[in-house]
Design a protein around this ligand. Sequence first.
Ligand SMILES: C[S@@+](CC[C@H](N)C(=O)[O-])C[C@H]1O[C@@H](n2cnc3c(N)ncnc32)[C@H](O)[C@@H]1O
Length: 220
Amino acid sequence: MLLASLAERRMNGEPIAWITGRAEFGGLSVHVEPGVYVPRWQSLTLVGRAAARLPDRGTGIDLCTGSGAIAAALRAGHPAARIVATDSDGRAVACARANGVEAYQGDLFAGVPASLRGRADVVVAVVPYVPTAELRMLPRDTLHFEETSHYDGGPDGTDLLRRVVTEAPRFLRSGGALLLELGGEQADALRPVLEEVGYRAVQTWSDTDGDIRGVEAILR
Ligand SMILES: C[S@@+](CC[C@H](N)C(=O)[O-])C[C@H]1O[C@@H](n2cnc3c(N)ncnc32)[C@H](O)[C@@H]1O
């Protein structure tokens, strides 16, 4: 009976991680509650690059943490580091805490303890970055089960990306790194903003198809 109901949920297209309560992410088994964004292996590139920027006893901030998978993966590689995470959705924060992450509810940096101002070595974020008009092109099951607030990045997808770029200098130390996952031409759109705000050494990374999937920059 139970098996039949689990199979029916899956056949209806519900994410398997919501049915089993777990997702594999970079060798970690991450608890994922129904309604919480399922971490994608594609974000492991961002994790690897951020880990390389994080000192052993450093401080990292993971915005829009969802299940806390990225924060947990960073901490797994740097057990003595302090990784703080935030999400605006209370279900995500509860899930991240269940994954052992120091997580707070709030809009972007609003939940980050003020004591971390100017002290973060690394800020990472997988924010919603799908342009609103492209939401309808997401897979059918994604649209049906997941919330648009996980994906909708505004008209060109960069609403939250731009906010993170401009707000991160309050928490990053000089020389600290900002790493953002993104898509399409968004790196080109962000480059002038990054330079204007005071970042240097702007680099991008690409996926196996050669499409730009992330941007990394250092605060002067
Ligand atoms: C694309 S998911 C990424 C989740 C996680 N970083 C991951 O990669 O598994 C985006 C997350 O951003 C959260 N979110 C959306 N708008 C937000 C905001 N203004 N402030 C904080 N979190 C937000 C959503 O609740 C969702 O958990």
